[in-house]
Write a protein that binds this ligand. Structure first.
Ligand SMILES: *Cc1c(COP(=O)(O)O)cnc(C)c1O
Length: 384
């Protein structure tokens, strides 16, 4: 009823109470899939298959196939996925891992948590991923791997990264937590590195009803080791062959993700459609818009603009009931937890600048075209 009433009064003329446009809308997603999801939850409760059940292996196979690789190991979060990938690849104390300076902090913490040394490298200003020339300069005799992050839903330049990795004998590991379904020259995120690490945190392009993650790989023995490490180092019922962890994905989360996975392509397409409309409607404003670089399929986990007057713009949108977010407001090298890494301010000029300018606009699949148009209109009004 309320929705009908609201539709009768178009939001543009509703004075100072415009219809809210959220930065995420998980309720709509779950309303759409409600009946199927409830049936799955009910089934898991009735069968009691909570840990390492058939739903998990089904989801591992289905998601690995979606990424174009042979194997998947479900984990209890994206952060554990990265940690387990590093461990399964034998990376630990004494090893250096090159990581972009502009990313979610979990990428760097995973490296620290396995005892290795993260070497932060500034990003390039177009796809906001690792600056390859700087990465090459950061290579030392102790460098073991590059942890590339496909930030905001667009893949890094995997051609150049593969060359770099080959040239310096480095492992390539992908943090694809924001890039489910993104592609580089028609190959999907997660299929380039020794391991591809995904998060199914609820707001990601594919989200569970809680925490979950996965490592995908095309290497059968790595896959075996990943599944062992996440399960106490267990190789069979009564045999524990290495020191491991309890970092399994719940079977319940797998069942929920099995319901959602068939919708991922359509959800990504809708994000892309919203992004294309923003591109058109926001062109010409004093904003820098995200670019989809040649040969890449951007899945717009975030639609990130850059604005000199970011906080005034965000405040204006908030006053018009439009949600925005900043990914990420404080550069990693300024976070108290990472202070001991020692890099000085100013060594990451692009990262510093992004931290001041980036603003994520609503781009989730359950926006309507008129929501995108209203966001664009409010932004235009702000600059007008
Ligand atoms: C979300 C995210 C992670 C961590 O995933 P969790 O499931 O929240 O642990 C890691 N890296 C990036 C880039 C992310 O966006």
């Amino acid at each position: 009823m309320r929705n009908t009433a609201r539709q009768a009064v178009p939001s543009e003329t509703a004075g100072n109470s415009p219809e809210p446009v959220g930065i995420v809308d998980l309720a709509s997603e779950h309303r759409f899939l409600g009946r199927k999801l409830k049936r799955e939850v009910q089934r898991i409760l009735e069968t009691g298959q909570f840990v390492l059940g058939r739903d998990l292996s089904e989801f591992e196979n289905a998601f690995a196939a979606y990424c174009g690789v042979g194997y998947g190991a479900g984990t209890n979060s994206g952060s554990s996925a990265i940690e387990l990938a590093l461990r399964a690849c034998g990376i630990g104390p004494g090893d250096e891992v090159i990581v972009p300076a502009h990313t979610f902090i979990a990428s760097v913490m995973a490296v620290l948590n396995v005892g290795a040394t993260p070497v932060l490298v500034d990003v390039e200003p177009r796809a906001f991923s690792l600056d390859i020339d700087l990465a090459a300069k950061a290579v030392t005799a102790r460098s073991k791997a590059v942890l590339v992050v496909h930030l905001y839903g667009q893949m890094a330049d995997m051609g150049a990264l593969e060359d770099l990795a080959r040239g310096h004998d480095l492992l390539l590991i992908e943090d694809a937590a924001q890039a489910h379904g993104a592609a580089f020259r028609n190959r999907k995120a997660g299929s380039f590195g020794a391991c591809g690490c995904f998060s199914f945190y609820p707001t990601k392009n594919l989200g569970a009803a809680g925490d979950a993650g996965m490592v995908v790989t095309s290497n059968a023995s790595l896959a075996r080791r990943l599944k062992r490490l996440r399960n106490h180092g267990r190789s069979s019922h009564d045999r524990f062959v290495e020191v491991g962890f309890n970092e399994r994905m719940d079977n319940l989360q797998a069942a929920i993700l099995n319901v959602k996975l068939p919708n991922l392509e359509e959800w990504n397409d809708r994000r892309r459609k919203h992004a294309a409309l923003y591109d058109r409607l926001l062109a010409g404003l004093p904003l820098s818009l995200p670019e989809e670089l040649p040969g890449r399929r951007h899945v717009y986990h975030q639609y990130v603009v850059r604005a000199r007057r970011r906080s005034a713009l965000a405040k204006h949108l908030e006053s018009r009931a439009i949600g925005t977010a900043v990914h990420y407001a404080s550069p990693l090298h300024r976070q108290p937890a990472l202070r001991d890494l020692g890099p000085l301010a100013g060594r990451f000029p692009v990262t510093e600048r992004l931290a001041r300018e980036v603003l994520s606009l609503p781009v989730h699949p359950y926006l309507r075209e008129k929501d995108v148009r209203r966001v664009a209109r409010e932004i235009t009004a702000f600059f007008g």
